[in-house]
Ligand binder design. Structure first.
Ligand SMILES: O=C(O)C(=O)C[C@]1(C(=O)O)C=C[C@@H](O)C=C1
Length: 143
């Protein structure tokens, strides 16, 4: 509900105020996520240039396997769905690899083949735990 909209019948002012306050915190967290992602992409761009300069492949499946294992563990500790954590990381990494390919000039004419999260086209890539294509899993909510 946007600020200019009328209050739904039945919701008291206290509830509306609480909702507004919680949403402020959500907005702060969303802003932090954007800033963190921007910082992460700055570093991965550095990696992309380094890899292109030295002829290293854009993707490193072994590294990804370690990252996924680590993040799944962290997610469990934080009571976040590990399948969601894996899917989220794979989503980011797919974009990073696309950037790496662009830097190296190795992307195909219509861009990279769509990389299903957790799937490589050129290398057998380990997939840990639940499939990151979590249409089969429950919500990305906490577990
Ligand atoms: O660490 C690397 O080699 C990267 O290119 C970074 C990164 C990542 O985004 O974390 C991206 C692609 C690789 O497959 C593994 C990890």
């Amino acid at each position: 509900m946007a600020a200019h909209e009328e209050l739904p019948a039945g919701a008291g002012q206290e509830a509306i105020d609480e909702l507004g306050s919680i949403r402020q915190s959500i907005d702060n967290i969303d802003a932090a996520l954007i800033h963190l992602l921007a910082e992460r992409f700055k570093f991965t761009q550095q990696v992309g240039r380094l890899k292109a300069t030295h002829g290293l492949p854009p993707a490193d499946p072994e590294r990804e396997l370690l990252q996924i294992q680590r993040l799944r563990g962290l997610a469990e500790e934080a009571r976040l769905d590990p399948a969601f954590a894996e899917k989220f990381l794979n989503f980011i990494i797919a974009e990073v690899i696309h950037h790496h390919e662009k830097i190296a000039g190795t992307e195909s004419a219509n861009g990279s083949a769509p990389r299903a999260a957790g799937a490589r086209t050129d290398v057998a890539r380990p997939v840990v735990g639940t499939s990151p294509d979590s249409s089969a899993t429950t919500s990305p909510a906490t577990s």
